[in-house]
Design a protein around this ligand. Sequence first.
Ligand code: PLP
Length: 481
Amino acid sequence: MDAEQLRECGHRMVDFVADYYKSIEAFPVLSQVQPGYLKEVLPDSAPRQPDTLDSLFDDIQQKIIPGVTHWQSPNYFAYYPSNSSTAGFLGEMLSAAFNIVGFSWITSPAATELEVIVLDWFAKMLQLPSQFLSTALGGGVIQGTASEAVLVALLAARDRALKKHGKHSLEKLVVYASDQTHSALQKACQIAGIFSENVRVVIADCNKNYAVAPEAVSEALSIDLSSGLIPFFICATVGTTSSSAVDPLPELGQIAKSNDMWFHIDAAYAGSACICPEYRHHLNGVEEADSFNMNAHKWFLTNFDCSLLWVKDRSFLIQSLSTNPEFLKNKASQANSVVDFKDWQIPLGRRFRSLKLWMVLRLYGVDNLQSYIRKHIHLAEHFEQLLLSDSRFEVVTPRTFSLVCFRLVPPTSDHENGRKLNYDMMDGVNSSGKIFLSHTVLSGKFVLRFAVGAPLTEERHVDAAWKLLQDEATKVLGKMV
Ligand code: PLP
């Protein structure tokens, strides 16, 4: 590493990135390339001799950027947001500079200790029960993704249940979740060896914005108990992926408690909103949770990846995931006087991710972060009002946070008709490159999702998106007659 070379190249890269952000609206939000496009324009083996940074920048402009979908564009409304910010970006830079592999405390004490402190700060911001703090039996840890978070929670829960019921009872363990739960849970069950026939998918209540009905969970659970099965894990969601529904945490928590089950809460997207006092009630019931997860990399200005997981009793996680090979032994770990986050996650190696979160918290402050969330929710409200002003459209489910689920009302109630109409409208606006939005299916209806949450989105972007959708609606409705 030549420091002067880094300074020169680094400045050029920062200029490049700043220019990218400045001109981001000029790019089609959704990449318009065809599969395999890159193979056509890049050589099929690595260069034997070093290339220049200039020619690399040329290739980035001409070959890479066309294949990029611009998640940071203010016209990005698809899936859920994946925020970048100056603070998050600088944190990533510094983390890349240190490039530590902080699996144990000794490998970089600051990395472990900052993570513990920042996760405690965050838990206090969310008003999580004090048992989730590192000063009690619990604590927080940064995982890469919500998928890893639910997997490690499930492994801890599985091993706790096997310890109680005997290691041959794996085939009897049953997991409960709604049909709106993210597919990450299903994948976690596959990895954890939960028998596929024991993953109980309870149909969510379409009259409650697709939150699960606790009675339906209780009913499924009673049937399982009477068949000799062992209910051991409930996963609730605050902000489901399709419609941002909030499952009834207090009731589900009670079911889990009465049956000695592990209660996991996935608040990957909507957890961020709960730093605002007016949205915190969505977490009521978290008192009964064994684990709670939210993605700071979604809607919290912290560059990917940064998924925050808290557990009420860290010993279950550690019992499931710890190893102690000779080559990692050291005085601090042996004395049990430090946290070794390798025992709270799947991989050994881990990045210094707390830096970027710490920088986001410090450089924005809680007040500004709350305003940031509120602004997006207001923009979503604004979009909802626009939809209500045009009778050709309908808001399909009540909006809770910054996601609006809507569709163009088909002339007939036939689902296929509605699907085609709305698919065509979505395809039309997405292939224009002007905005990007995604879809889901709710009760058989093809529904469009307008997820506000990109850091650069302003009211004018929402208004322009609305105009585009209205024009496209006129086009697709015209083709139907
Ligand atoms: N849970 C919910 C509610 C989500 O919306 C998502 C992704 O959108 C996930 C889990 C999976 O997130 P990750 O990519 O962090 O695994």
